[in-house]
Design a protein around this ligand. Structure first.
Ligand code: NAD
Length: 492
């Protein structure tokens, strides 16, 4: 059994509470590690360390190019350790090793990309409308950055924040999910091993309501980057607003995956499955509302059920496994509650709808892949995020109807469109109110392309060139080059 400490100022530090939380393997149902239960005192220690590292330490003296090179070196070390980190993540969140291993290898690209960008952020020299003045702008780091992450893809979502934050010259304090903290602690230790200065990356573990809030409200924290549920995001946003902190929020979704009658049916079937059953539905971009044109609805659903029925439950470490457990007992109960809600609302369950047996020897929380038809857009199952393997199929009549239904929730994270008609593809991508629209594909993201939500799915963008500006603030510098000072009572 591994007992972790927190990682603060380049050192392993025991929690001042003297208490630890259990980290449970969702597949075996067994405790495999202990995670420190942090408190406000630990948060303060971590924030002070980050403030020192950023304002007085080696990081503050490095040129942007040197900072970028340091991040690229960190990427190399992360890549070397990717298989081990992926294994830890599987032990914590129960997602497939095949997926987590890809994620852990891929996330190094964020450190290469933003490392490369560190010395390419340039100010401007505005053509000022006044004589004898030189005015220029420079981009400066915002300050200590709180990075708060969920349990479904701990390190990937962390890289989306830490890489641009550091490239911009900030230092970070990370608060990972209380269910999946181990990989983040290992990540921070690897940063020091890769030569990044102590105090640049600190990790405080514990509960959101406790450590998370203490971090968001700490006076030295100037930027908060949060990924999680809508209600947590709302609380974080309100708490941060009290001190006018910069905030980016990546929240939940109820994304529409829309299949038109002219789609390549086999591709759309595969996209529908990947949209909702990959990671047992525990992804923010889950295509949890499948909108199908009425002319192909019955045939499509029949084929979908046939394909989904072939999914294999198993040990997430095994390459043959397609479906793993739900990560936490709390989430398992939530998914089952939503299945009951859908049944009571009159949706018709054509597949699953119950606890799954799970593979032999496993004690985790398994839910059958579940498909509801006869879902109407106003039902709770069509409006609220389940975050599990539960699909709502909704019929639509024409393009306008599809747009109306797709846009008719509080969310706007992503949408999928399946069509062979180019005009329709472009028209739908214009009209769908979502931060990402995929056409004839689903679930793609990249370090080069902005990602984030419209409406209640969040604010700000991660990834891509612009993301670094969410970790910078612009300063305007005025230099007077003229003769004697003018009348001081008149503004120039
Ligand atoms: P969550 O909101 O419960 O927790 C996320 C993180 O916030 C955790 O570290 C938690 O401890 C912390 N937290 C909770 N309350 C807090 C508070 N008041 N102050 C500060 N920190 C607090 O979310 P979760 O259950 O871990 O993850 C699932 C949710 O995350 C889903 O809604 C999913 O859609 C969303 N998500 C969004 C994206 C995205 O990029 N848009 C990606 C993955 C997951």
């Amino acid at each position: 059994m591994k007992r972790y400490s927190m990682f603060i100022d380049g050192e392993w530090v025991n929690p001042s509470s003297g208490r630890w939380l259990d980290s449970v393997n969702p597949y075996s149902g067994e405790k495999w590690a202990e995670i420190p239960l942090g408190n406000q005192q630990d948060v303060d220690q971590a924030v002070q360390a980050a403030e020192r590292a950023m304002r007085q330490g080696a990081w503050s003296r490095m040129t942007p190019s040197q900072r970028g090179q340091a991040l690229v070196r960190f990427a190399d070390v992360l890549l070397e350790h990717a298989p081990r980190l992926a294994e830890i993540e599987v032990r914590d969140n129960g997602k497939l090793y095949a997926e987590m291993s890809n994620q852990c290898k891929y996330l190094v690209e964020w450190f290469r990309y933003f490392g490369g960008l560190a010395d390419k952020v340039q100010g401007t020299v505005p053509p000022i409308d006044k004589p004898n003045v030189l005015n220029f702008t420079r981009y400066e780091p915002i300050g200590v950055t709180a990075c708060i992450t969920p349990w479904n893809s701990p390190l990937l979502l962390l890289a989306w924040k830490v890489a641009p934050a550091l490239a911009a010259g900030n230092a970070v304090v990370i608060k990972p999910s209380e269910y999946t903290s181990a990989s983040t602690l290992e990540f921070a230790a690897l940063a020091v091993q890769a030569g990044l200065p102590a105090g640049l990356i600190n990790v405080v573990t514990g509960l959101g309501s406790d450590v998370g809030e203490a971090l968001v409200t700490h006076p030295l924290v100037r930027k908060v980057a949060f990924t999680g549920g809508e209600s947590g995001g709302r609380r974080v946003n309100v708490a941060a607003a009290a001190d006018f902190k910069h905030v980016t929020l990546e929240l939940g979704g109820k994304s529409a995956n829309i299949v038109f009658e002219d789609a390549r049916i086999e591709d759309a079937l595969s996209g529908a499955i990947s949209g909702i059953f990959a990671a047992s539905g525990q992804t923010c971009i889950a295509g949890s509302r499948l909108l199908v044109h009425e002319s192909i609805h019955d045939v499509f659903v029949e084929k979908l059920v046939a394909l989904a029925s072939t999914a294999r439950f198993g040990d997430p470490m095994s390459p043959d496994t397609q479906l793993g457990p739900i990560t936490t007992e709390q989430q398992f109960r939530k998914v089952l509650d939503y299945i009951e809600i859908a049944k009571n609302e009159g949706a018709h369950c054509v597949m699953g709808g119950a606890v799954a047996q799970g593979p032999e020897g496993a004690k985790g929380f398994f839910v059958q892949p579940t498909i509801f038809v006869n879902v109407t857009p106003d039902m709770r199952i069509a409006q609220e995020e389940v975050f599990g393997p539960v699909l709502s199929v909704i019929k639509f009549k024409d393009d306008d109807d599809a747009v109306r239904i797709a846009n008719g929730t509080q969310y706007g994270l992503a949408a999928g469109v399946w069509t062979e008609n180019l005009r329709r593809a472009v028209d739908m991508s214009n009209r769908l109110v979502a931060g990402t629209v995929w056409v004839n594909t689903y679930r793609s993201t990249s370090y080069t392309s902005p990602f984030g939500g419209f409406k209640s799915s969040g604010m700000g963008r991660e990834n891509g060139l612009d993301a670094i500006h969410d970790y910078l603030q612009v300063k305007s510098v005025w230099i007077y080059t003229g003769g004697p000072a003018a009348n001081p009572y008149i503004r120039r």
